[in-house]
Design a protein around this ligand. Structure first.
Ligand code: HPA
Length: 269
C-alpha cells in the first residue's frame, strides 16, 4: 500500500490530477492517442517503484491528457507474465489508476481467434474470461482498503460499459463481436492440440494479458470493459505459422476502428 501511495503521490506531483478514465493500450494499438490532448508523457522508467516493460515493441509510457473535458490516463504498454513480472507487478498500475481517481477502465489487447467466426482484424468485446495463467494477482495478504478478500466475479466486465460499446459500435457501423477470452502465460503461441482444448473449454479467443488487470479492477469495484483485436485465426485443422511481426501488423490494421470506438464511448461517459 505504501508503494502504491508513493507512486500515486509522485504522479500527482508530476501533474496528473483527477483522471476519471483509465485506458490500457495493447500490442500494436496506439491511435487512440491521436484523439487525446496530451498533457504529460511519463516513461515508466522515470516513475520510482514502477515496473519496467521488457518487450521491445511495447512502449512504456504513462500518459495523461484530456478528451473533451474528461481527464484520462493511458498505459502505453502493459506488463505480462511472460516478461517475468509477478502478478502483483502486473496489476500495480491498475491499482495506481484507481488511487488517482479513475472510475472507468478500458482495456485492449491483441488475441488469437479460437471461434472460427472471428477473422483477422475483427474487434471482439470480451464478454467473460477463463483464467489459465499461473498465479493470481490477489494472492497474499488482502489490502482491505482496496477491496474484499473474495471478490465476486459474476460480471467481471461491467454490463453498462459493454452495452455502451455495442451501442457506439452500431452508431459507427463497426462490427463488434463478443466472446470469452482465455488468458495464457505465453510467450509461445499455442499448439494445435491446445487450440482444440481452448475451444472445448469454452474460449472464443486467447491472449496473454488483460485477465490479471480485470481481476484487480473487480477487486477494487472499478468498472471495466475490454476489447480484443483478432490478430490470427487459430484453426487447428488449418494452422499456419504466425510471428509477432504479423500479429502487430494485424493489430495495426484494426487500430483505427478501435480508437474511434473508444473515443466515442469516452465522449458519452
Ligand atoms: N495465442 C495467444 N496469444 C495471442 C495469440 C494467440 O494465438 N494471438 C495474439 N496473442
Amino acid at each position: 500500500m505504501e508503494q502504491l501511495n508513493n507512486v500515486k503521490d509522485f504522479l500527482t506531483e508530476a501533474g496528473i490530477h483527477n483522471p476519471t478514465i483509465g485506458i490500457v493500450l495493447g500490442t500494436g494499438l496506439h491511435q487512440l492517442l491521436n484523439f487525446i490532448d496530451i498533457k504529460k508523457t511519463i516513461p515508466y522508467t522515470d516513475i520510482p517503484g514502477f515496473p519496467v516493460s521488457t518487450v521491445e515493441f511495447h512502449k512504456g509510457n504513462f500518459i495523461y491528457g484530456t478528451i473533451a473535458n474528461k481527464n484520462i490516463v493511458v498505459m502505453q504498454g502493459r506488463f505480462h507474465v511472460y516478461e517475468g513480472h509477478s502478478m502483483e507487478q502486473i496489476i500495480f498500475p491498475i491499482r495506481v489508476m484507481k488511487l488517482l481517481g479513475v472510475q472507468t477502465l478500458f482495456l485492449s489487447n491483441a488475441a488469437g481467434g479460437i471461434n472460427l467466426n472471428f477473422k483477422k482484424g475483427d474487434l471482439v468485446l470480451i464478454d467473460d474470461h477463463i483464467n489459465l495463467q499461473t498465479g493470481n494477482p490477489l494472492t497474499g495478504k488482502n489490502f482491505d482498503e482496496l477491496g474484499a478478500r473474495f471478490p465476486d466475479m459474476s460480471e467481471p466486465y461491467t454490463p453498462s460499459l459493454k452495452k455502451l460499446l455495442q451501442q457506439k459500435a452500431g452508431e459507427l457501423n463497426i462490427e463488434l463481436k463478443e466472446g470469452v477470452y482465455a488468458a495464457v502465460n505465453g510467450p509461445n503461441l499455442e499448439t494445435k492440440a491446445e487450440y482444440r482444448y481452448l475451444k472445448i473449454i469454452g474460449a472464443d479467443l486467447v491472449g496473454m494479458s488483460t485477465v490479471p488487470e480485470v481481476i484487480a479492477a473487480n477487486h477494487m469495484q472499478l468498472p471495466c470493459a475490454a476489447i480484443s483485436v483478432i490478430t490470427d485465426e487459430c484453426d487447428p485443422d488449418n494452422l499456419k505459422p504466425v510471428n509477432i511481426a504479423e500479429i502487430i501488423k494485424a493489430a495495426g490494421k484494426a487500430d483505427e476502428k478501435l480508437s474511434r470506438l473508444l473515443y466515442l464511448a469516452i465522449l458519452s461517459l
